[in-house]
Design a protein around this ligand. Structure first.
Ligand code: MN
Length: 397
């Protein structure tokens, strides 16, 4: 943990898909960190009997290695479904000659199944030899949304976050599990630990996670009473198809530099300009990098049937903004200052104080137009370095 590269790895992993009336896109990027430890899950149509009209999406932010995050991204859903279907009685009203039709879990069975699924996968991974003997000390947060035709089940364990945008505002967000939260601190202290520099025993920044078995071996305490607990917060909500617009799941590499409102306003404004969800997720990740995020970044955007649509006016305004930025950069570079050809940081600083600048994308600001600015700059820069990106980590927006 805590080790950084000399320059960020900006290659992105992308995916997209659709099913059950929802479209999703996702993007993840290693960024400044030496390792990529994030993982994700996107299943628009569940393979479980009687649940093909359900969907599941999740983001996992690993720490001290990627093993737990990766295992969870592949197997958490099956643990949840196994636990929730086990508590659901098979259909009882069918005639004796027919096999009972599969019945989806009730809301209460699903909530109990999600909790049990988390505890089960945590217990299961503990038996893996490298996790048991301490060769691998990794852990992971998990944030997800499970959707039935009628309900959202928001699921959170740790400090990644899910938000629901409904009726053009942030209607719901999960609450991060931080060691300083009174309830978390109480559990940590009851398990014989302490909270220092806002961390569990001065070390781990999240108070709930999967894995992290170093923090789960207090004698005489159950799995949910340990220094770090695998118990998820589960919040169910009735869907409002006319008002629900999108759900965003992201790790703290995103939320460190954008608030819930900023990210949702930015996503909304980009959905009015572009219908490619991967592109929008890439813009979110790039914008967060330029806003100063030093962490791995992952974002999953789930668009519901009433998500914002591309509007001609928004497209025109965005093109105008790009054109304005391009011409301003050209102008600055065409008459170099006395102290030489301006560097990119100076160009951006000049733009940020430009009073004639058209309205920037809400929540994204100038950082979200970095690629537009950089493209012109690189085209006109006679001293361009071979490797392109340049050392500009000191540039703040
Ligand atoms: Mn992180």
């Amino acid at each position: 943990m805590g080790a950084f590269l000399d320059k960020p790895k900006t290659e992105k992993y992308n995916s997209h898909g659709e099913g059950n009336g929802v479209h999703f896109g996702l993007s993840s990027m290693q960024g400044w960190r030496v390792e990529m430890e994030d993982a994700h899950t996107a299943v628009p149509e569940l393979p479980a009997p009687g649940m093909s009209d359900w969907s599941f999406f999740a983001v996992y932010d690993g720490h001290a290695g990627s093993k737990v995050a990766h295992y969870c991204s592949k197997h958490l859903l099956e643990h949840i479904l196994g636990a929730s279907l086990a508590t659901t009685p098979a259909g009882s009203d069918s005639s004796p000659s027919e096999p009972p039709a599969p019945v989806p879990p009730t809301v209460d069975a699903m909530k109990a199944g999600i909790r049990t699924g988390f505890l089960k996968i945590d217990e299961h991974m503990r038996s893996f030899s490298d996790l048991r003997n301490g060769m691998d000390r990794s852990g992971s947060t998990a944030v997800g949304v499970l959707m039935s035709p009628e309900h959202f089940f928001f699921i959170n364990c740790g400090d990644s976050r899910a938000v629901l945008y409904r009726d053009s505002h942030v209607c719901f967000s999960t609450l991060d599990h931080k060691p300083c939260n009174p309830r978390e601190r109480e559990r940590i202290q009851n398990a014989g630990g302490s909270v220092m520099i806002q961390r569990v025993n001065g070390s781990l920044a999240v108070s709930r996670a999967l894995g992290d078995y170093d923090y789960k071996c207090v004698d005489g305490k159950g799995p949910t009473e340990q220094l770090v607990s695998p118990e998820p917060a589960v919040f169910e909500m009735v869907r409002a198809p006319e008002q629900d617009q999108f759900v965003v799941l992201a790790c703290d590499g995103i939320w460190d530099v954008m608030s819930n409102e900023e990210l949702c306003e930015f996503v909304k404004s980009r959905l009015e300009v572009c219908d490619d969800l991967e592109t929008i997720c890439n813009e979110v990740v790039d914008t967060c990098l330029h806003k100063g995020s030093r962490d791995n970044m992952s974002v999953v955007l789930v668009c519901l049937p009433n998500a914002p649509k591309v509007s001609e006016e928004a497209v025109r305004k965005d093109a105008e903004l790009n054109k304005y930025l391009e011409s301003r950069v050209e102008e600055m570079l065409s008459r170099p200052a006395e102290d030489g050809f301006p560097d990119l940081v100076t160009v951006i600083r000049n733009l940020s104080t430009d009073n004639n600048l058209p309205t920037l994308p809400p929540g994204g600001g100038l950082a979200s137009k970095r690629s537009v600015i950089e493209a012109v700059y690189n085209r006109l820069n006679p001293y361009k370095e071979e490797d392109g990106t340049g050392a500009d980590s000191e540039c703040h927006w």
